[in-house]
Design a protein around this ligand. Structure first.
Ligand SMILES: Cc1cc2nc3c(=O)[nH]c(=O)nc-3n(C[C@H](O)[C@H](O)[C@H](O)COP(=O)(O)OP(=O)(O)OC[C@H]3O[C@@H](n4cnc5c(N)ncnc54)[C@H](O)[C@@H]3O)c2cc1C
Length: 300
């Protein structure tokens, strides 16, 4: 069987693209490696998504995206795409051992976290280092150390500080986060430590970790239950085959492949932009499918 359209990723971009395709009468197949809703499941309070004047928690907005998708009646299948390849005007998608074929593809796979590097980490500590917080939100009375100084670091800190103690470590002195989030972090009693570079993280008593750092004046050691890396994100394109990567521009121009959301937006990673990108990718994909159909009817 050949699909009309496969969408890789069920975050705001992928779900919006699928919603738009449904409006045009196309049933896309949406493949999602983890849980539908995407990165938004890690966000605290979203205050800049239009239409929610009282603001909305990230996981609640993610649930709304998913509910709308399910009521539109398209399939979200839990599968991780391992390889995306194109040959003979068809996309070949290998996902969890199955090969699917599709006339068009929308890549809405978001981003992957940059890992903490240059730190000596032992095996016991490895399990305590995270790059997202959605699986940690149930914790209470714990100490979290967050590494980073951008919006995500401060958002994670504010979210976790409701029930836990939080320390933010910044290896430099420049804070890239919105001043609004910095002020809230101060008001919430979050400790912020600039010019602090982690050298070593090792297992300690009671399932905690010992974090040894070089400070601006003297070495610092802290104990924590978890360390969260929030030092930036890169586009998630690991599954794109080498030959497809070389032809990415050409395929996008043909209208058979589109990219939507954080995967293509550099530093402009916001939910409303991702949703808008998804709607646009859905409309353009429909146009391509329709043009191919009309051409087929004319000639046969
Ligand atoms: C802490 C934090 C706070 C934020 N706060 C805000 C905010 O206040 N306002 C705002 O507008 N935005 C906020 N954002 C950003 C927002 O979450 C993103 O811009 C938005 O989720 C991007 O949507 P997307 O669909 O492009 O990507 P994502 O949401 O990242 O979705 C991509 C999806 O693709 C899936 N995927 C990846 N690879 C594969 C594969 N190989 N196979 C199958 N599936 C795959 C992923 O599992 C994921 O579900 C925040 C982000 C974070 C981390």
């Amino acid at each position: 069987m050949i699909e009309d359209s496969v969408i890789i990723g069920a975050g705001p971009a992928g779900l919006s693209a699928a919603l738009q395709l449904r409006r045009h009468g196309i049933s896309p197949l949406v493949l999602e490696a983890e849980s539908p809703g995407g990165l938004l499941r890690n966000a605290g309070i979203v205050e800049n998504y239009p239409g929610f004047p009282e603001s909305i928690p990230g996981p609640v907005l993610a649930d709304r995206f998913v509910r709308q998708a399910l009521s539109a009646g398209f399939n979200i299948v839990k599968r991780k795409v391992d390889v995306l390849h194109e040959d003979n005007n068809l996309f070949h998608i290998t996902a969890d051992g199955n090969i699917l074929f599709s006339r068009t593809v929308i890549i809405a796979s978001g981003t992957k976290p940059k890992e903490l590097t240059g730190i000596k980490i032992d095996d016991a500590a490895e399990k305590k280092i995270f790059y997202e917080i959605k699986s940690l939100l149930h914790n209470e009375g714990r100490h979290f150390v967050i590494v980073g100084a951008g919006d995500a670091a401060f958002d994670y800190a504010l979210n976790l500080s409701r029930k836990n103690t939080v320390t933010i470590l910044n290896r430099g002195s420049v804070v890239k986060s919105l001043p609004l989030l910095q002020k809230r972090a101060g008001d919430a009693g979050i400790t912020y430590s600039p010019n602090t570079t982690i050298l070593e993280i090792s297992g300690a008593a009671d399932g905690q970790v010992l974090i040894k750092c070089a400070g601006s004046r003297k070495p610092i050691a802290l104990q924590a239950h978890h360390v969260i890396g929030a030092v930036g994100r890169d586009p998630q394109m690991d599954f794109i085959s080498r030959s497809l990567m070389d032809r990415l521009g050409e395929l996008q121009k043909s209208g058979r492949l589109h990219m939507a959301g954080d995967v293509k937006n550099g530093m402009f990673r916001q939910t409303a932009i991702a949703a808008g990108d998804g709607i646009l990718a859905g409309m353009l994909t429909y146009r391509t499918l329709q043009a191919a159909r009309e051409k087929h009817e004319d000639c046969c």
